[in-house]
Design a protein around this ligand. Structure first.
Ligand SMILES: *[C@@H]1O[C@H](CO)[C@@H](O)[C@H](O)[C@H]1NC(C)=O
Ligand SMILES: *[C@@H]1O[C@H](CO)[C@@H](O)[C@H](O)[C@H]1NC(C)=O
Length: 347
């Protein structure tokens, strides 16, 4: 009796697993609902999967789109959640206001606050990667009541040092060719990216496995996060995936995305009232062993020492994925989905 029950259970699990596997490996984009919402004075493109259940809101990074979360959206919606991912301000099919000053932390966090309201929910589970992770930290700081639990990928909380403006600090630490320093001057990096072409830029950055601080040599091919770009694509990134990113960035250009970096010092000025503020939200942090942020000195020490945990007292878990680089939500997609699911079910 028990044996038969067990067999049945195994079969059900196997079928469920196979369905999930099939779905994530051949995602039908048509099954995803894409629509425009008015938030914070702009038209924002959002993508949803799953009509019911608590909202899991996914914020992408640079140079990405909602599309970076395609695997997690399928996985979490199949587990009873309503997965939602926007193209952030300036990206993809979301409006891109023209001024650098339109891309401060207040503008972008304001978009997300307004988006949460428009979804008709009081709280969300939040997941952010790279710049999306930075925005996630700001949301937890500004509007903690909106975030039930936060899964941060790649970029840890960086507490505000009242003595040093961040761009000045980073350029002093890693030199003037550190990518964030090279992104500062309006128009300069855009021109270099235009010279090598959007397909090259996207492919180079997404497939990079270089560790340590990204240094872009001035005067050479200055977009080269990765001087050793391989001819073959990794198994987790298809030519179709790349084409999707390229088609969107060819329309928007890179200026809006670079404008986020051009506001790092302004954000520091604007957030003076939160200096010394701690993040009280329950948090899980996931990075890759080869992530270019994690392998940069200072960031690594901050994460591995108790400093990160001191700023984020409810930091429940830090996961360092073996052999995985910066785009861990795409490279180790199923593992990241599992971590998210097992973490958020606790809250
Ligand atoms: C962009 O910035 C300008 C100048 O500060 C401002 O007037 C405008 O409202 C901003 N637009 C958006 C959509 O944030
Ligand atoms: C990339 O190429 C440079 C120059 O040829 C070399 O010095 C470096 O070790 C390479 N990095 C990797 C990760 O292979």
């Amino acid at each position: 009796m028990a044996k038969v029950g067990m067999k049945k259970l195994c079969l059900v699990l196997l079928v469920a697993y196979f369905n999930l596997w099939q779905e994530t490996n051949a995602m039908d984009l048509a099954e995803i609902k894409e629509r425009t919402v008015e938030v914070n004075g702009i038209k924002m493109n959002i993508v949803e999967k799953g009509d019911e259940g608590p909202v899991v809101l996914f914020l992408h990074g640079f140079p990405e789109l909602w599309y970076s979360w395609r695997h997690q959206m399928v996985a979490l919606s199949s587990l009873g959640y309503r997965a939602v991912a926007p193209d952030l301000r300036g990206y993809g099919d979301t409006e891109a206001p023209p001024a650098i000053a339109n891309y401060t932390a207040f503008d972008i966090a304001g978009d997300i606050v307004s988006l949460i309201e428009s979804l008709g929910v009081g709280q969300v589970y939040l997941v952010g990667h790279d710049w999306g992770s930075i925005i996630g930290w700001y949301l937890c700081l500004f509007r903690p009541e909106l975030v039930k639990a936060y899964v941060s990928l790649s970029v840890p909380y960086l507490h505000r040092d009242p003595q040093v403006r961040p761009v000045d600090g980073l350029c002093a630490l890693y030199g003037p060719n550190y990518y964030i320093c090279r992104f500062q001057k309006p128009g300069e990096m855009e021109a270099q990216m235009a010279a090598v072409g959007t397909p090259y830029v996207i492919r180079n950055i997404l497939t990079s496995r270089e560790t340590g601080p990204p240094i872009l040599p001035e005067g050479e091919y200055g977009t080269g996060f990765n001087p050793n770009m391989s001819r073959t694509l990794p198994s987790w990134l298809t030519q179709d995936d790349l084409n999707y990113y390229v088609s969107k960035f060819e329309k928007t250009g890179f200026t809006p995305a670079l404008n986020y970096y051009r506001n790092l010092n302004s954000n520091w000025e604007l957030t003076a009232p939160w200096s010394g503020g701690k993040i009280q939200t329950p948090v899980m942090f996931i990075t890759g062993e080869l992530d270019s942020v994690y392998t940069t000195s200072y960031f690594r020490e901050y994460i591995d020492s108790g400093d990160f945990k001191e700023d984020v007292p409810n930091l429940k878990q830090i996961i360092v994925q073996k052999g995985v680089a910066h785009f861990n939500n795409q490279e180790a997609a199923d593992e990241v989905s599992d971590y998210i699911y097992h973490f958020i079910t606790q809250f």
